[in-house]
Ligand binder design. Structure first.
Ligand code: PRT
Ligand code: ZN
Length: 308
């Protein structure tokens, strides 16, 4: 009986992790991340930046965190939403595109700011398809049939969706389809295959997801707080600048800080150093405004964590 259940590798792995979680202490949380591929490195990086110590074994399926009650499961990204939905993993890091495609019932806990991409419909450069309605009755090759179907339905379009698992971009060239629906980040792959983007279907980035029953677990809250402090630090810069007291108010008005800027007297009379935090997004605008307001000797440093 057991041999029948273990007959495919996906089922085998799922059962292996299930048995592991039954015999393991009930307290140890499990987070599933991609074993190899585009999300692996950044997933490992964000967990390490949260102060978690573990070995990133390329050959192993599970790694224990030595300084936090957490185990890391290394999986194919397509399996992560289902593992989290079924409680084999409590948490997971995976692209929103995969969550939507698998229709997994999981809680979205936090967007992570990496793995950004857009699922797009693209057509050949020479294609006569010009507007969405032109896709009626046309064949579209994709690895994301669920997302594409939902999109087309919402636009009232009926196309022939051809599901293929990889190298979708060669579909039109081979005469397999009139268009494709695939993930695009730089656009280089479309270009090198003589395709042009035609419509955006969904934008996506890596997110932290949780099993619906585990989301308010205290250790999940702790991990979430650490992840948020890492993300917040990443999107901000620490700035130290000098300014004469005559211009101090003008400079302070431009700087929010975490609470408010720190102002420290300099040895030179009538001059102070101002310490503050600036959002990465409006960094250059702010720096130029600060210079115009009289700031000098501006130092900009990365921040490791912001704990509020
Ligand atoms: O082995 P496993 O199943 O775990 O991984 P995978 O091969 O299925 O996925 P992987 O590692 O390629 O991607 C994992 C996730 O990264 C995706 O589900 C997306 O959420 C995200 N992501 C971000 C991308 C891209 N950018 C991306 N550019 N996933 C795929 N691509 C591919 C795309 O399919 C196309 O072939 O890159 C090509 C297009 O890239 P550009 O830069 O030429 O536009
Ligand atoms: Zn995959």
């Amino acid at each position: 009986m057991i041999y029948v259940v273990f007959c495919t590798s996906k089922l085998f792995l799922k059962n292996l992790f299930l048995v592991h979680s039954i015999f393991n202490t009930l307290k140890t949380l499990k987070i599933a991340i991609q074993k190899s591929g585009r999300l692996n490195e950044k997933s490992v990086e964000i967990l390490k930046n949260c102060g978690l110590t573990f070995e990133n074994y390329k050959s192993s399926l599970i790694s224990s965190v030595t300084n936090f009650p957490l185990e890391i499961l290394f999986l194919r990204d397509d399996d992560i939403p289902e593992y989290v939905q079924d409680g084999i993993a409590d948490l997971g890091i995976v692209g929103e595109n995969v969550i939507t495609e698998t229709k997994a019932k999981v809680t979205h806990l936090q967007k992570l700011g990496f793995g950004k991409c857009t699922l797009k419909i693209a057509v050949q450069n020479s294609s006569s398809i010009e507007k969405l309605e032109d896709l009626n009755g046309k064949a579209i090759a994709t690895s994301y049939p669920v997302i594409l179907e939902n999109f087309l339905q919402s636009k009232g379009i009926k196309s022939d969706i051809r599901t293929i698992s990889g190298s979708v971009e060669i579909g039109p060239g081979l005469g397999l389809s009139d268009a494709i629906c695939d993930i695009v980040s730089t656009g280089g792959t479309l270009k090198s295959n003589g395709l042009k983007p035609f419509a955006d279907v969904m934008s996506s980035e890596a997110v932290l997801i949780g099993n619906e029953a585990i989301a308010d677990h205290p250790e999940v809250a702790e991990l979430l707080q650490r992840i948020r402090s890492v993300l917040s630090a990443k999107s901000n810069k620490y700035v130290v600048l000098n300014v004469s007291k005559d211009n101090l108010q003008k400079v302070v008005n431009l700087l929010p800080g975490v609470k408010s800027p720190t102002v420290v007297p300099l040895f030179e009379p009538n001059w102070v150093a101002v310490h503050s935090v600036i959002a990465e997004a409006d960094f250059w605008d702010k720096i130029n405004s600060l210079k115009a307001a009289g700031a000098e000797g501006i130092l900009v440093m990365p921040i490791e964590k912001i704990i509020t």
